[in-house]
Design a protein. Structure first.
Length: 313
């Protein structure tokens, strides 16, 4: 969005996350411009890693980079415990400002990275194709892996509960990289920790649990917990929901690249997904992963309009 770019040209990404006035401004601008049914707070899943002192920074075109990866027990020992309320309180302030600006018109979603995804960033030092360093630590030093995951569970619980206290109406747990695992590894190394996060959240606020490339893991993701299971675009929404059962809602699942198609094609794909949902309660229409920066804004608005129009029918 041009409105976002104008702000981004004057401030670094981390500065925008850490300044509640800017985070609230871009959050509210987006939901108003797109006419979406909910807002999601402007933040980043890696913010809890900043106070850990691992040297997180963002390289233009390359995404996040960690200067001091955690690949051994000694590396983990140098990370001091952090308090989300103290170190990440700016996100809570962003939520309060955004809630005041929205004035009850739309709900606000808070979010955090799941322990596995945070651990993978810490270990790999940035993006990865094969997650070799992450899996090597899991397999060769499970004791250090468990200690790292327990640390990240506590940080994530405190961070999400702070967002809930600040006014988030829904929270989402993003396990963006967990699809690199097979079912056995997920059950052993991830499921207990994701479940521990969700169990420890303050009651009464719905939880969306999302991972990418999880077609072989959906039942296990649901076992870990969540009122809504996010689906990426690699699965048929109707078939995936049938696997999960009607005790959970689902979120998804348009391919983000489909927004580069012409509007008639976008509308056709919206219709297909809504047909797969079949009017059942509990479907949150969304993309199957994050929106790409070059996406035409008018195509996003057309998508939102199509969902509203076809849902009313």
């Amino acid at each position: 969005m041009a409105e976002y770019r104008q702000v981004r040209d004057r401030h670094s990404f981390l500065e925008m996350c850490q300044r509640p006035d800017l985070a609230a401004e871009v959050t509210v601008t987006a939901v108003n411009r797109l006419n979406a049914d909910a807002a999601i707070i402007f933040a980043d899943i890696l913010l809890p890693l900043v106070p850990m002192g691992v040297g997180l920074h963002y390289e233009k075109g390359d995404g996040p980079v960690i200067d001091r990866p955690v690949r051994s027990a000694a590396d983990l020992n140098r990370i001091a415990p952090i308090s989300a309320a103290e170190s990440l309180g700016f996100v809570g302030e962003s939520i309060k400002l955004t809630k005041a600006a929205l004035a009850g018109r739309t709900p606000l979603i808070g979010f955090a990275g799941a322990p596995f995804t945070l651990a993978s960033y810490l270990i790999e030092g940035g993006g990865s194709r094969h997650y070799r360093a992450t899996k090597t630590l899991m397999y060769n030093d499970p004791e250090t892996w468990e200690r790292l995951m327990r640390t990240l569970v506590q940080v994530t619980v405190d961070y999400l509960n702070m967002q809930i206290i600040s006014g988030a109406d829904v929270v989402q747990l993003f396990d963006s990289w967990v699809g690199c695992l097979g079912p056995d590894d997920y059950r052993r190394f991830v499921l207990p920790h994701s479940a521990a996060v969700i169990r420890a959240l303050r009651p009464g606020v719905p939880v969306i649990h999302f991972g990418t490339d999880t077609g072989t893991l959906l039942e296990l993701v649901a076992e870990a917990g969540g009122d809504v299971i996010g689906l990426d675009w690699r699965v048929n929404l109707g078939e995936a929901w049938a696997r999960l059962g009607d005790k959970v809602g689902v979120q998804g699942n348009l391919d983000p690249v489909a927004l580069f198609a012409n509007i008639s094609e976008i509308r056709s794909r919206v219709r297909t997904i809504l047909d797969q949902a079949a009017g059942r309660p509990g479907h949150i229409f969304n993309l199957g992963h994050g929106i790409l920066p070059e996406t035409p804004v008018d195509h996003v608005i057309a998508l939102v309009d199509a969902v509203h129009e076809m849902s009313k029918r």
